[in-house]
Design a protein around this ligand. Structure first.
Ligand SMILES: Cc1cc2nc3c(=O)[nH]c(=O)nc-3n(C[C@H](O)[C@H](O)[C@H](O)COP(=O)(O)OP(=O)(O)OC[C@H]3O[C@@H](n4cnc5c(N)ncnc54)[C@H](O)[C@@H]3O)c2cc1C
Length: 460
């Protein structure tokens, strides 16, 4: 449906003209996300409070106009990419930390707060919010809730879902709904909080978030362990977890990702290593020291070469290198097809073998890194979308990767969601009955189908 808010103005005045733009250049900037897909919205609206969100959504519902909630646009699967003529509802103006309640260990935030900004404010007070997507310095907490974002610390502390106690949500008809709240326990009625978390903006607009927070651990120690053989690194992951140690992070980089990062900016990673593990432990000083010693022995026993970061500067440098992988990969090829599969942790060596085979079969470069501690591998097929023949081969490789993942009892997405890029594959993992129930939930929330349509399900 073609939509022009100014043509329809006489019939039904647009609620927030002063916060609305139809400027072509601005619309272009809000038309894509990190998936590199591009859409053409008809308008951009930047509300600053819940009432304004509600007015815009109610208007869109009456006009049957698609509405796409948007945080920072760092999503990897096209979730914030608008269908044609949609209104982009940007939440970046709702960026206040409303409350840090130390007594009850709760933070209340608006959806446009940047994850890293909350982390800094909490750390100043000796507090801690664990979910740490690699995009934390620029992604929003609203986007984190909508995608159920994870990060390296998920192996010990869990993902966004594990910290959301309650939500304020504007429903697709403009009504405002509260789920959960300020208590750590709540079993009154269906758990709508958990339903909204990970719903990718398809059920409503999150306007307020109640988060559980923790005390900041006394000590954090960081180890870098490099290997000449990939399999030794994979065996180390199993060795650490089966020794009963739960590190705070257990990250993995393969040779190609190490090389890409070193070519991007010299961080001092050993460019000849076949694989590396970035391991962090935390807790009391003594506990962290003890775990560090045990982990170093396991790494050494499996032919790893261990170094321990001596100061904050060294730690930060290692993490900078880890967070540089995504941009660094574009030096290899201009297009990156990024998948975030998860397999049961013990199946990582088998999955890496499958990936090697798929790379050879389709003659495409595949670079792997990720959260080895929870079996989450970021698989990057490096290609060029203008080279049609190679791009088609890369597409076929994706299908084989998902087949292999499911064969190993894994899932096709651990943290990036389905959005546009994976919707044609959802039936590989979910049964027809499960998809039917999900679609019925969507219909119950959004009978007119205006809330971020075209995402998650094929032909819906
Ligand atoms: C370099 C890089 C590294 C990354 N690393 C990680 C990682 O380690 N772990 C991880 O999980 N992800 C990672 N991501 C992906 C991305 O950062 C996360 O998915 C993040 O949660 C998206 O937040 P955003 O604010 O950018 O949301 P957007 O991209 O703007 O939106 C994402 C989805 O959320 C919906 N949405 C946004 N705000 C709201 C709201 N208030 N109410 C309802 N729906 C909303 C949108 O409609 C869309 O469907 C990475 C991305 C990049 C570019």
């Amino acid at each position: 449906m073609a939509f022009n808010i100014f043509k329809k103005k006489e019939e039904s005045a647009f609620p927030l003209p002063e916060r609305t733009s139809t400027d072509k250049e601005e619309l272009f900037c809000y038309g894509f996300d990190a998936s590199s897909l591009q859409g053409e919205p008809s308008a951009l609206v930047k509300p600053v409070n819940t009432d304004e969100v509600s007015q815009v959504v109610a208007f869109a519902n009456k006009q049957r106009t698609p509405i796409v909630p948007r945080g920072a646009g760092t999503g990897m699967t096209g979730g914030a990419v608008p269908v044609k003529d949609a209104i982009i509802l940007s939440l970046d103006g709702m960026n206040r930390i409303l409350e840090i309640d130390e007594k009850n260990m709760i933070a209340v935030v608006e959806p446009g707060v940047i994850n890293g900004h909350l982390q800094e404010k909490l750390e100043e007070r000796g507090l801690f919010y664990p979910p740490d997507p690699a995009s934390m310095s620029f992604c929003t907490l609203g986007g984190n809730v909508a995608e159920n974002a994870g990060g390296p610390r998920a192996v010990k502390y869990g993902v966004t879902r594990d910290y959301v106690l309650g939500l304020e949500v504007v429903l697709p008809d403009g009504r405002v709904m509260m789920t959960g709240g300020k208590t750590y326990k709540n079993v009154v009625g269906y758990d709508l909080t958990r339903l909204i978390v990970g719903s990718e903006g398809t059920l409503g607009v999150v306007t307020k978030i109640f988060l559980k927070i923790l005390p900041l651990p006394e000590e954090t120690m960081t180890l870098l362990c490099t290997y000449s053989h990939l399999n030794d690194a994979a065996m180390t992951v199993n060795g650490i977890t089966s020794a009963g140690i739960i590190p705070r992070t257990l990250e993995f980089m393969d040779h190609e990702s190490i090389l890409a990062v070193e070519n991007y900016k010299s961080y001092g990673l050993p460019a000849d290593a076949e694989a590396l593990l970035l391991i962090e432990v935390d807790g009391s000083h003594n506990a962290a020291l003890e775990d560090t010693g045990k982990i170093a022995s396991i790494c050494n026993a499996l032919n790893g070469s261990v170094s321990i970061a001596e100061d904050m500067f060294a730690k930060q440098r290692i993490w900078e290198a880890r967070r540089a992988i995504s941009p660094a990969l574009y030096r290899i090829k201009p297009t990156k097809i990024n998948e975030d599969i998860v397999v049961p942790r013990g199946k990582i060596p088998e999955m890496l073998n499958e990936l090697k085979g798929i790379s050879e079969k389709y003659n495409v470069k595949i670079v792997n890194f990720g959260h080895a501690g929870d079996g989450n591998i970021h698989v990057n097929i490096m290609t060029d979308k203008h080279d049609k023949e190679e791009y088609d081969r890369a597409g076929k490789a994706v299908e084989d990767i998902f087949k292999a993942t499911i064969k190993l009892n894994g899932t096709i997405s651990g943290e990036h969601g389905i959005g546009l890029t994976k919707k044609q594959y959802i039936g590989m993992e979910l049964s027809a009955t499960t998809i039917e129930v999900m679609k019925a939930v969507k219909k119950a929330f959004d009978p007119n189908g205006i809330m971020n349509p075209g995402k998650m399900f094929p032909n819906f």
